[in-house]
Structure formats: structure tokens, C-alpha cells
Design a protein around this ligand. Structure first.
Ligand SMILES: C[S@@+](CC[C@H](N)C(=O)[O-])C[C@H]1O[C@@H](n2cnc3c(N)ncnc32)[C@H](O)[C@@H]1O
Ligand SMILES: [Zn+2]
Length: 271
């Protein structure tokens, strides 16, 4: 989607004023200005990437895993939580490749999406994810460069969540969807290859933190067990996540892969 089609959703990350497109730069009245990259995304961060931004190699690995269909159960679980009509403006925070956002937008003909990620490599990929998805670089911890009460859905899949900001940008009847791994997610691979573990209290902590801004409506667990996942896909599964920062081992061969991902739906508390 052209960035211009997302114009009414965006605002200056520094002073919250509206932005005006001026050729390859967007400006606010106070003089803050931001570059449109030649790949089509708008860089609203203007600073160095933090250490946990996904690298190009992680993005490529993630895209190949998503293209393999292994994570389709997660897409389906997200899809079931979003109404087919009425949800027209969607944001994915920490969108990575933009895969999950593109899937939701594709299934809803009138919908458009905004992919937001702190990684420029992610923003490049997400700008090609779907013709109704626009892509911006921004850091969720610096406040979302998004207008207040402008969105029907905020999606956050395996990514950092700024709950106060998610509450601000959602309409009062909007939906927040958060996907997080359960302790069983990729359990066999974690054990076999010594990968980073998943803290089982995570979900309780999410519910407690979210309760300040949101009512928890529903949690489903998307599960699958796939045998004979090719070694190349297993390598990508290991390489697409935070293990990539810790010199991970190579896959010994085809593996059985268990997915177990929680998808939780929230609605904003009345202001
Ligand atoms: C594990 S990946 C998940 C990507 C995507 N949601 C998916 O599931 O395919 C986490 C993403 O969050 C992004 N990220 C990390 N810190 C961030 C921040 N402070 N603001 C925005 N995005 C961030 C990373 O660059 C990465 O693309
Ligand atoms: Zn400004």
C-alpha cells in the first residue's frame, strides 16, 4: 500500500502533530522530518537500531519458515479472533516480515494495515507484504507514531508490547491480540539444541500488566506437531529468533516440531 494511504493513521513521533508528505521526506509543522526509503517504508525512528532489532538474516529465516506453512496454525488462531467485517484499520507492532498482518488484511477486503518495526530490514520486507499494508520504522518504547483512537485492531506476535500505547491508539471498541509462546512451544528443539527457554509465568504477567488498560476476553492456544520438518527449516527456526544472537548449533537432521502459541484477545477498558 502506498504510504499516503496510511497518512491519516500516522503522527510525528516527537510532537504528535500531523505529518505532511514532501517528496521523499515527511514533515510536521514543528520541523521534524523523516525519510521515505527507496524500498517504500517511512523511517520514523531517526536513530540507531537497538540491539534486539531483527537482522536481515533473521528476517530471511523467518520468511522461509512462514512460507513453509509451519506457522499457519498461528495465522488461523489470529484470524478467528478478528471479525470479518468492521475491522478496517490494523496495526502490527514488531511486525517483522508483516506475514500475520498481511494474512488478516487479505481475508478482509476493506481492511488496511500498518506494519511497524524497529528493524529497517523488517520494514523493507513488510513494505512488500501486501498491497494494503504500509510499513514504518519506529520503536514501540518511544511511543507509537500513530494517532490516538485510530485503529480497530492492534496485533503483537512474539514482539515487545507497549500496552499503554496500544490502549491509546485503539478505538474504544477495538481489539488487541497478543501472541506469545507457551513453555511447550518448540520444546523438543529447545531441549535438543540447548536453545533459550520460555518462562512459564509469562502469561500471568501479561494478564496482570494488561489489566491496567484492557479487559481480557479470551485466550486460545494454537497447537501443532509436525514430524519430519526438514533440517533447513529447523535451522531457520533456530536462526529466526533470539537464539540467532547466541551462535546457535546447526540442525542434526529432520526433526519433529511442536508449536504451542497463546493468542489472547483484549478490549480497552473504558477511559
Ligand atoms: C520475534 S520477531 C516477531 C516478528 C513478527 N511479529 C512475526 O511473528 O513474524 C520480533 C520483532 O520485534 C521487533 N522489535 C524488537 N524490539 C522492538 C521495538 N522496540 N520496537 C519495535 N519493534 C521491535 C524485531 O525487530 C522483530 O522484527
Ligand atoms: Zn514534530
Amino acid at each position: 500500500m502506498s504510504l499516503h494511504a496510511a497518512h491519516d493513521l500516522l503522527r510525528c513521533p516527537h510532537c504528535a502533530a500531523d505529518l505532511t508528505a514532501d517528496g521523499p521526506r515527511w514533515r510536521c509543522p514543528a520541523g521534524h522530518s523523516f525519510d521515505v526509503a527507496k524500498q517504500g517504508y517511512l523511517n520514523l525512528a531517526n536513530g540507531p537500531e537497538p540491539a534486539n532489532a531483527d537482522t536481515p538474516a533473521m528476517l530471511e529465516a523467518r520468511a522461509r519458515v512462514q512460507a513453509s506453512g509451519l506457522f499457519d496454525v498461528v495465522s488461523e488462531a489470529l484470524d478467528q479472533q478478528v471479525p470479518l467485517t468492521g475491522a478496517t484499520t490494523l496495526l502490527e507492532a514488531g511486525a517483522g516480515t508483516g506475514h500475520y498482518l498481511a494474512g488478516l488484511v487479505e481475508g478482509r477486503p476493506g481492511a488496511r494495515g500498518l506494519a511497524l518495526d524497529v528493524s529497517r530490514a523488517a520494514a523493507r520486507r513488510a513494505s512488500r507484504a501486501h498491497h494494503r499494508v504500509a510499513s514504518v520504522v519506529a520503536d514501540v518504547w518511544r511511543g507509537l507514531p500513530v494517532r490516538t483512537a485510530s485503529l480497530d485492531v492492534v496485533l503483537c506476535v512474539f514482539a515487545p508490547r507497549n500496552l499503554a500505547e496500544f490502549a491509546r491508539v485503539l478505538r474504544p471498541d477495538g481489539t488487541l491480540l497478543i501472541a506469545t509462546p507457551t513453555a511447550g512451544h518448540l520444546a523438543e528443539l529447545r531441549e535438543r539444541y540447548g536453545l533459550l527457554g520460555i518462562d512459564d509465568d509469562k502469561h500471568d504477567r501479561l494478564l496482570a500488566a494488561a489489566s491496567e488498560y484492557f479487559a481480557h476476553e479470551h485466550t486460545a492456544v494454537a497447537k501443532s506437531l509436525t514430524s519430519q520438518v526438514a533440517a533447513a527449516v529447523v535451522d531457520d527456526l533456530i536462526g529466526m529468533g533470539p537464539n540467532a544472537f547466541h551462535n546457535p548449533p546447526r540442525a542434526a537432521g529432520a526433526e519433529t516440531v511442536r508449536l504451542a502459541v497463546r493468542v489472547s484477545r483484549f478490549t480497552p477498558l473504558a477511559a
